[in-house]
Design a protein around this ligand. Structure first.
Ligand SMILES: O=P(O)(O)OC[C@H]1O[C@H](OP(=O)(O)OP(=O)(O)O)[C@H](O)[C@@H]1O
Ligand SMILES: O=c1cc[nH]c(=O)[nH]1
Ligand SMILES: [Mg+2]
Length: 208
């Protein structure tokens, strides 16, 4: 698996704002979407282009368009929803494939509860979005679901990743490309990323 930690100043600035402990739900959610958009920009910068003829204001000219690539954005419920609008701002015609998973607080194992994927997912590049990659269990389980449905091109966009989770995903799915705004220090004994963001789902939905 290739791992890219995006060092763009806007990404670093916005992620630092998200780490401030007193951020409002509204600000945290807005920043999650903004960093989601910036990660999408980075994760799509190697897409192939093709030339085509277009009728411009001054006559026929050559244009460029993305070659034969269709997307499905895959938010992992709940917290992935917080990044969705930002990602869709850049790939507005993408289909949305929703995966519902929560992490059992005791075992830290992912518990699947929802799956509704684009019907033609085998023809699409999947952009999985979730703010947190901690133990990696939720991401591995999501990639398993996508591959079982026939998806062969998968990129994962996360705000913060722990080294322990990256290693697990890398081992299980070496073909997947990961884009993250930060590789943080480690997981604590409760499975939270340090320094991380705290509970991203609760912060995005205002549930704590
Ligand atoms: O890498 P892992 O150890 O699997 O942990 C990461 C997962 O935990 C969080 O979701 P959570 O289970 O808190 O659910 P929520 O999004 O509904 O809050 C987060 O959004 C990831 O999906
Ligand atoms: O640090 C973490 C780990 C899992 N889920 C979160 O929301 N935060
Ligand atoms: Mg989750």
């Amino acid at each position: 698996m290739s791992v890219q930690e995006i060092k763009h100043p806007l990404v670093r600035h916005k992620l630092s704002l998200m780490r401030e402990g007193d951020k409002s739900t509204r600000s945290f959610r807005q920043l999650a979407a903004e960093v989601g958009a910036l990660l999408t920009y980075e994760a799509t910068k190697d897409l192939e282009l093709e030339e085509y003829d277009l009728e411009g204001w001054c006559g026929p000219i050559k244009g460029e368009r993305i070659k034969g690539k269709k997307f499905t954005v895959v938010p992992i419920l709940r917290a992935g929803i917080g990044m969705l609008d930002g990602v869709l701002d850049l790939v507005p015609s993408a289909k949305i494939s929703v995966v519902g998973l929560y992490r059992d607080e005791e075992t830290l194992e992912p518990v699947p509860y929802f799956e509704k994927l684009a019907h033609d997912i085998e023809e699409r590049m999947a952009l999985i979005v979730d703010p947190m990659l901690a133990t990696g269990g939720s991401m591995i389980s999501t990639i398993d679901m996508l591959k079982n449905a026939g998806c062969t091109s998968i990129r994962a966009l996360v705000l913060v990743a722990a080294p322990e989770g990256i290693a697990k995903v890398q081992e299980a799915h070496p073909d997947v490309e990961l884009f993250t705004a930060s590789i943080d220090s480690h997981l604590n004994e409760a499975g939270y990323i340090i320094p991380g963001l705290g509970d991203a789902g609760d912060k995005i939905f205002g549930t704590k």
